[in-house]
Design a protein around this ligand. Structure first.
Ligand code: ATP
Length: 250
């Protein structure tokens, strides 16, 4: 039987009288990519924020399964959740622009080993090798001594994906990673994610339906804080309720 990586139980987030998440039950397995789709305001970002600890939910549990066992992360701090193995990429790239691409990656690797206060040179041979692997994986080895400002929009997104990868997460949360990318960059990103999922499950919020279909093993359609449907993109696209409230718009 497939192993769980994350389960939400009756997850609820209330803003005043409005429910951004309404008793959501999700079950995510290892080695899979989960696409979250839905209209603006459906609750997609709210659930990512809840899983990474940026925002705490009003009710419910978020069970994360790692080599440390089962943990309810719903009330844990962001850094502790990140230490457990959940990495988050926000919509806007958040790389450090005043240091080189390699130094950004060194920081990401060092963070995992709590070496923030020490110098870069202290990275172990193994950590340095893994950092080189990550730089290669995102296709930025040749640009390692350049500054992030010189990168294209897509390359900045890849640098950030590489930095998350460098912390060796078990679950990666991505918010619209291909927004603003051209078709070739989007395709390259899809390839990257499919390679990453072998080691790390992924939840990706996406408005680009073609990309969501390309990468997702399971698509979850959110509507007004609830799950409207779940399954392969082909299946959910045929659901009349999904067509009416989401796909049928405009
Ligand atoms: P989008 O695709 O536009 O990013 P989304 O599916 O990610 O939308 P959320 O951002 O999760 O939707 O918002 C879900 C609901 O919660 C919306 O009705 C939104 O207005 C509300 N909401 C989100 N953040 C807050 C907040 N800080 N205060 C009040 N309401 C909020």
């Amino acid at each position: 039987m497939a192993e769980s990586i994350l389960q939400t139980r009756q997850l609820t987030k209330q803003y005043g009288h409005a429910l951004a998440l309404d008793h959501v039950d999700m079950h995510l397995e290892k080695g899979q990519i989960y696409g979250l789709v839905g209209k603006n305001g459906a609750g997609k970002t709210t659930i990512l924020d809840a899983i990474c600890g940026k925002n705490h939910v009003s009710e419910g549990k978020i069970l994360f399964f790692s080599d440390k066992g089962e943990r309810d992360v719903s009330r844990m701090k962001e850094y502790a959740i990140s230490d457990l193995g959940i990495g988050r990429k926000f919509q806007a790239p958040s790389v450090f622009t005043g240091i080189t691409i390699e130094e950004n990656m060194e920081l990401a690797v060092a963070k995992r080993h709590s070496l923030y206060s020490t110098t870069f040179r202290r990275l172990s041979k193994e950590s340095r090798e893994y950092m080189n692997y990550c730089l290669d994986f995102i296709g930025l080895s040749d640009k390692r001594f350049s500054y992030p400002g010189s990168l294209s929009h897509g390359e900045k997104q890849w640098l950030e994906i590489g930095m998350i990868l460098a912390s060796r997460p078990k679950l990666m949360l991505l918010d619209e990673p291909v927004a603003g990318m051209g078709r070739r960059e989007t395709e390259k990103t899809a390839e990257m994610l499919k390679n990453i999922k072998k080691e790390c499950s992924i939840i990706v919020v996406e408005h680009d339906m073609q990309f969501a279909k390309e990468v997702s093993d399971t698509v979850t359609v959110f509507h007004e804080g609830e799950i409207l449907d779940e399954g392969t993109m082909d299946t959910v696209q045929k659901n009349q309720k999904v067509i009416d409230v989401y796909l049928g718009r405009g």
